[in-house]
Structure formats: C-alpha cells, structure tokens
Design a protein around this ligand. Structure first.
Ligand code: ATP
Ligand code: MG
Length: 336
C-alpha cells in the first residue's frame, strides 16, 4: 500500500529527538497503528527523492530484531518515515519510568540488539551508527527491536549538514575522526547497556578523574582536525563548584543529564573524557555476573582492533546464556 499523509490520523505524540518528532498514528485504510517520524530536511527536491529511494531499502529489512518499515513520503519541507509502532516505547523511557533494569533482562536485550546488528550488517552491509537506549524499542509481547539505523547515505549527509551530531555514545575512534564501523556500534552498545543497568547515563557521575578542558589546545589534541569543525560549540572551562555557578551551568543534552555528583561536563569535556580516560564499567564491581562484566569490558575496549564485532559477541558466554535462559520478557514488559 502507498502511504499518504491524508490516510493517517494522529493519535498522540510519542517523543521528540534531535532530528524530529515521532507521533502515534492510525493508518485508516488498513486500521494499522504506526509510529510516524517527521524529519525536517533542508535539501533540494532531487536530494529528497534520492533519500526516499534509499529509504526503500528498509522494505527489505525484515528481522524480528528490527522495527519494521511501513513506508516513507515527502511532506514539504519534511520527510515522513512510518514504522512499526512499539507500544512500550524506548528503553531510556523504560528505565526512567521503572528504574534500572535487571541484568538478566539486559542480557536478553543485548542478544536482541546483537542479532539485529548482525542481520543488518551480514545481509545488507548496513552499519547502524546510532545505537543508544532511545533507539531500542520494546512492546507488550516482550519483543526488543532496534530502529533509526543509517540506511540512507543522503539522509545521513542532510542531517549532518543541519546539525552537529556529537553523540555521547560515540566511540573514542569516531570522536577522533575514524570512519564508522560495526565496532563503533559495539562501543555504543556497551555504553547503552551500562546505562540500562545503572539507570543513568554512565558518564554523569563525578568519578574524580580530571576532565577539565582549560585550554583549547588540549581540546584540539583530543579531536582530530576532521572533527574540529565549524559549528561545534565553543569550549567551556570546568565550572566552579559553587552553588550559583553550578546552577547556572546545569544543562541537559538530549534528555541526558551530564551533571552528577556536583560536576558538570560540557559536551566537549565529555568527548575528551571518552578519548583519554579508561572506559566505564559496570559498577559497583562484583555486583554483576562475571560473564556480564566480561562482555561489557569487551564492548568497551578503547582500541577498535581489540573490540569484537557483533557476530563475535553472539558467542560470548553471557549471550549464549541469555539465549538459553527462560526469562519471560512478556511478563517483564507487563511491569514497565
Ligand atoms: P535522537 O534524535 O537523538 O536520535 P531519539 O531517538 O529519542 O533521539 P527520535 O528517534 O526522534 O529521537 O524518537 C523520539 C522518541 O519517540 C523516542 O525516544 C521513542 O521513545 C519514541 N519512538 C520512536 N520510534 C518509535 C516507535 N516505532 N514506536 C514507539 N515509540 C517510538
Ligand atoms: Mg531515535
């Protein structure tokens, strides 16, 4: 069926991101609930058409670990992408509503994400590029699926032109300007899983490390030339820890508080921290199964050469156990 704007009835808003807004809609002719993502694109008609063509690849992406695609159309100046509606929303919403997620459940989530990434890469040579809890969705059947992967090179370019995509889930090598690889997705997965286990973004805590950027030269050492591009926000020095200053410096990035323990990290301080400091781990040490620690540590090897691919990670003990476990995700989904 060809999707048309006039066949969609808006039911409610599901959320907002950097790229656009997602609404719950009913496709009237087929009585199908869908999630409609509206992306504002500043591009010429020919580029829009190209994006639309590239998005059609998603029709061929059929896996139970990938949010299915209903279709896309242009509604000037927007591009609308209609996908499967997942009634329990994204996993960031889940832990914000219901608290940190149990490590056994996280094992099954990790398995689903790895299956999804392996499918995308093995079958379509697609690298996700935006793995994070808000792109992991679940439904009341207890299914976990990933969404918002980079199918359209033109769409990636157009968004990059309108917005500086500094994601806090970015791997050290990406921050330093390396090309995306499946290994960058693995880093992002490791950060995301820690976030689900802790119930907060892992870098927010004051870990006592010094992440100050008092000197722009420091920053330029950290970021490669290709990343010190125009449009990046100016560097900020670490705020004074007096109450007034810290209040004034409270900031949120994409709903993730970068503040914790009386410390505020600017986005650039955070990027430098990721490059220079040891990778985060599940904390407190010893509180999790050793197989989970082993898995997360492998995802977060700072050297991408050492870091396993999604396919290799499927063979890790923690994941093999998760695949044999009898945790009931449907029962869990009823509680979130
Ligand atoms: P960013 O823009 O940084 O990628 P994001 O992933 O949160 O952040 P969107 O992709 O625009 O931004 O999604 C906004 C919100 O809409 C998500 O956080 C999620 O909760 C909700 N959402 C997205 N897709 C669906 C879907 N298919 N079903 C149900 N809810 C969805
Ligand atoms: Mg998203």
């Amino acid at each position: 069926v060809e999707l048309r704007q006039e066949d969609l009835r808006v039911i409610g808003e599901l959320g907002q991101g950097n790229g656009g807004t997602v609404t719950k809609v009913m496709h009237i002719p087929t009585k199908t609930l869908m999630a409609k993502k509206v992306v504002l694109i500043d591009a010429k008609p020919a580029v829009r058409r190209q994006i639309l063509r590239e998005l059609q690849i998603m029709h061929g992406c059929n896996s139970k670990y990938i949010v299915s695609f209903h279709g896309a159309f242009v509604a000037d100046p927007h591009i609308c992408i209609c996908m499967e509606y997942m009634d329990k929303g994204s996993l960031d919403g889940v832990y914000k509503r219901s608290g940190a997620i149990d490590i056994e459940i996280i094992g099954v989530i990790a398995l689903a994400v790895l299956e999804g990434l392996t499918y995308l890469y093995d079958v379509h040579r697609i690298i996700h590029r935006d793995i994070k809890p808000s792109n992991m969705l679940c439904n009341s059947k207890g299914e976990i699926k990933i969404c918002d992967f980079g199918v359209s090179g033109e769409l990636i370019n157009s968004i990059a032109d309108t917005f500086v995509g500094t994601s806090t889930y970015m791997s050290p090598e990406r921050i330093q300007g390396a090309q995306y690889s499946v290994k960058s997705d693995v880093w992002s997965l490791g950060i995301s899983l820690i976030e689900l286990a802790l119930g907060r973004f892992p870098f927010a805590e004051d870990d006592g490390g010094d992440s100050d950027i008092d000197d722009f030269a420091d920053l330029q050492d950290t970021l490669s030339p290709s990343n010190t591009r125009e449009g990046l926000p100016p560097p900020r020095s670490r705020p004074k820890k007096d109450a007034a200053a810290s209040k004034k410096d409270k900031r949120k990035s994409k709903g993730v508080s970068l503040q914790g323990g009386g410390m505020t990290m600017s986005i650039l301080e955070l990027l430098q921290h990721i490059v220079n400091e040891p990778a985060p781990r599940l904390t407190p040490a010893g509180a999790y199964p050793k197989e989970a620690d082993e898995f997360i540590d492998a995802c977060l090897f700072k050297d991408p050469e050492r870091r396993p691919t999604p396919k290799e990670l499927l063979k890790y003990d923690w994941i093999v156990k998760a695949s044999k476990s009898n945790v009931d995700l449907e029962a869990w989904a009823a509680t979130i």
